[in-house]
Design a protein around this ligand. Structure first.
Ligand code: 3H9
Length: 695
């Protein structure tokens, strides 16, 4: 391999061989890195002047893990597990000096070394489960030998990284220092040399004791937590092998499980989600567009949503001024925000709430927003009220400030026209609770300036949220699609399937809740109000869930009133069977068709995908991946399925279209196939092709 293309540098400082991995941006362990590292270890073994080796990462991290872009392709030698063993088998001591993340295969390289030093801020972890995988280069065999089984199970089943402090405490590393990894690693290597420290192979440590009860309870708890995702359970199998098999046999068993997972749709789904997380913010129209500076945010309205948005901003160091109508409103807002921040402290998301609260000011006069860089309106969903708020904002805010609405369905173009600066107006649709939910729909109106959109994406990044660009329509991307699959569920009820059967089938598909549990949680008044709002423009062919209206009139508002589709009291909620006669009355003497769980799932998903295709066609979402990301982060779609558009591609678009056409024979208005779906099928293309710009 030529030096120019070799991502590995081999230098010497006295008797220390320094092996530097330089493969930006994340030092992923692609084939060239593996090959280069292997050669560097061979060279070190043969280098008579080198008595100890130091492995360091170039740039701002140690190693980001295996190269994910190679997954799904035939593996090419040298394989990562063999490389880790090769490092461990070196005839002279090898030290890893870790800074920043050492993840997956990166952590496994460190475990292959004989001594491990970390500089403050380093993180160790096995995020493979988030890719539908398990560690595949000996991590599940070496970590338990160093730390015991418990920490290894936690790390590998959850995928959550460990701080350097925690890694030191559990024995994953030997030393934690401040400073530069190369300099500190060198000093440590020299110290080890001075002590004539021997090679110290993790793999030679005795296997951890096998505690069958511990594994049984881990399986029980992860089966419940992982809701259909298989990788955490396979991680438990792999860690268990470390207790019962010699190292190399354990590594072979781990590899077998790893390669098995590599072939699963779950792995494909999660890797699709991984890359979409990064692609979603890359919008061609924003290339080279600078965001405006943003430090002071105004929030108008201190209800649950406004207080949540204020909390999200305070948690990430922004200054917030919150406007309410009167002092009582301000008191309520302050209480909610204080409660949110205290909860963040309890969850370990924030060290101390006092500095965050010190950045909050409250006012009843819009004049307090004169210096704000951005105002986010979160008041009552009524166009006249919104226009009035935007008129006030227009009057007080400085030139260049951004005026944003958190509306979940109103016309952002119309709101923008209530100001003298429509170019500065944008929709920022947060999801409740706004300081917890990751999704932010950035609703770009006709006249929104590109740098305003760029600022919205920069804000999302600052808030730790995933932003998706949406166009203006009723419900934007997410709520528009939700309205359709929710309507499909109502149609299934009218045809004879019960709400509880539907909820169960949707949970079995992998969502945390079914649509009717979700309605109960949101409050059945919300659905009722939406139906009222849409009544005047409703197509006569649409159906109205009259039983749901009746539930509202009876005061069954869901969780908050103690009953809805379920009864809430002590213990788990139970189906509210009093709903059934209301449904029967709505159904009249129609023949009853109880759907099987798979049929429920297919109709629900087909409705979602068909509407999503219409959303794409209307330009409300730019790419199928924007829809996948929206459903994942705002609507509980299981990450391991990648998103509804990937689901559709995997199911096969021709079969899906054929089903929709079949159902359209009975209900042609609801099941009108999306022309885009028809076109893709006719051309033999997929939503994936659209993502790649190839359809
Ligand atoms: C594994 O290791 C399996 C082994 O046990 C066994 C194998 C046999 N590969 O996130 P960023 C790209 S599984 C390829 O914005 P940050 C990413 O797509 C792996 N590419 O940076 C992006 O590309 P682009 C276990 C990767 O600084 C660019 O790098 N490891 C990889 O915010 C920058 O990424 C993981 O799961 C990769 N491994 O965060 C770690 N990682 O510019 C996954 C990133 O074209 N990675 N890219 O959009 C991360 O968590 C973060 O990237 C990291 C840096 C924390 C490292």
């Amino acid at each position: 391999m030529s030096q120019a293309s070799n991502p590995i540098r081999y230098d010497r400082d006295g008797a220390v061989a320094i092996i530097t991995i330089a493969n930006p941006p994340v030092n992923a362990l692609g084939q060239a890195v593996r090959q280069g590292l292997w050669e560097a270890i061979d060279r070190f073994d043969a280098d008579a002047d080198a008595r100890i080796a130091l492995i360091v990462g170039d740039g701002n991290l140690f190693l980001g893990g295996a190269d994910i872009t190679e997954f799904g392709k035939p593996p090419v030698e040298p394989y990562l597990p063999d490389l880790c063993t090769r490092i461990e088998d070196a005839t002279k001591p090898v030290v890893a000096a870790v800074h920043g993340p050492a993840l997956g295969g990166g952590c496994e390289i460190a475990l292959g070394a004989h001594y491990r030093l970390a500089v403050s801020g380093a993180r160790f972890g096995f995020p493979e489960v988030a890719l539908g995988l398990i560690p595949g280069a000996g991590g599940s065999q070496r970590m338990p030998r160093l730390t015991g089984v418990g920490p290894a199970l936690d790390a590998m089943c959850s995928g959550a990284p460990l701080s350097a402090e925690k890694a030191l405490k559990i024995g994953l590393i030997d030393r934690l220092v401040e400073g530069d990894p190369r300099a500190e690693g060198l000093a440590y290597a020299q110290e080890l040399l001075a002590q004539s420290a021997p090679t110290r192979r993790t793999g030679a440590l005795p296997a951890p004791a096998h505690d069958a009860d511990l594994f049984a309870s881990a399986r029980k708890s992860w089966a419940a937590k992982s809701r259909g995702q298989v990788a955490p359970l396979r991680a438990i199998d792999a860690v268990e092998a470390s207790c019962t098999l010699p190292l190399q046999e354990g590594i072979r068993e781990e590899r077998r499980l790893f390669l098995e997972l590599m072939e699963t749709p779950q792995r494909a789904g999660m890797i699709h989600a991984f890359f979409n997380d990064r692609k979603v913010a890359k919008l061609p129209e924003l290339q080279g567009i600078a965001a405006r500076s943003l430090d002071h945010v105004g929030v108008i309205g201190g209800g649950t949503m406004g207080a949540g948005i204020a909390t999200a901003c305070l948690l990430r160091g922004l200054t917030v001024t919150l406007i309410e109508q009167d002092d009582a409103g301000l008191d309520r807002a302050r209480q909610t925000i204080t409660g949110n921040l205290d909860a963040a402290v309890k969850r370990g998301k924030l060290a101390d709430s006092a500095p965050a609260l010190a950045r909050l000011s409250l006012a009843t006069d819009y004049a307090a927003l004169a210096d704000a860089d951005l105002a986010i309106e979160a008041v009552f969903e009524n166009m006249d009220v919104k226009k009035q708020v935007f008129g006030c904002l227009d009057a007080v805010m400085k030139p260049g400030a951004i005026l944003a609405t958190n509306t979940s369905y109103l016309d952002v173009n119309e709101i923008a026209q209530a100001t003298s600066r429509p170019g500065d107006v944008i929709g920022l649709h947060f999801f409740s609770p706004a300081h917890v939910m990751k999704l932010l729909e950035v609703v770009v109106a006709d006249q929104t300036a590109p740098e305003v959109t760029a600022t919205a994406f920069a804000l999302a990044k600052r808030l730790g949220k995933t932003a998706v660009k949406a166009g203006v329509c009723d419900g934007f991307i997410g709520n528009r699609i939700l309205a359709t699959y929710r309507a499909a569920a109502d149609r299934m009820i009218l045809a004879g399937t019960s709400p509880w059967q539907i909820d169960e089938a949707i949970r079995a598909f992998g969502l945390p809740m079914g649509p009717f549990e979700m309605s109960d949680l949101a409050g059945l008044d919300i659905g009722y109000m939406t139906r009222q709002r849409k009544a005047a423009t409703r197509d006569p062919r649409d159906i109205v869930p009259t039983w749901a209206d009746e539930m509202y009139h009876r005061g069954w508002l869901g969780r908050k009133s103690g009953s809805g589709y379920y009864c809430y009291g002590e213990g788990s909620p139970t189906p509210n069977l009093e709903v059934q006669p209301l449904i029967d009355a709505a159904r009249g003497d129609q023949s009853q068709q109880v759907l099987e769980p798979e049929q429920i799932q297919r109709r629900y998903m087909a409705a979602m995908v068909n509407e999503a295709a219409k959303v794409l066609e209307d330009g409300i979402a730019a790419r199928p991946l924007d829809i996948d990301v929206t459903l994942l982060y705002g609507y509980g779609f299981p990450r391991w399925r990648g998103g509804p558009m990937l689901w559709a591609d995997r199911e096969g678009l021709p079969g899906l279209l054929a089903d929709i056409q079949d159902w359209a024979r009975e209900d042609p208005w609801f099941w009108t196939p999306a022309p885009l779906l028809e076109r893709l099928v006719a051309e033999g293309k997929t939503f994936g092709d659209l993502n790649e710009g190839a359809a």
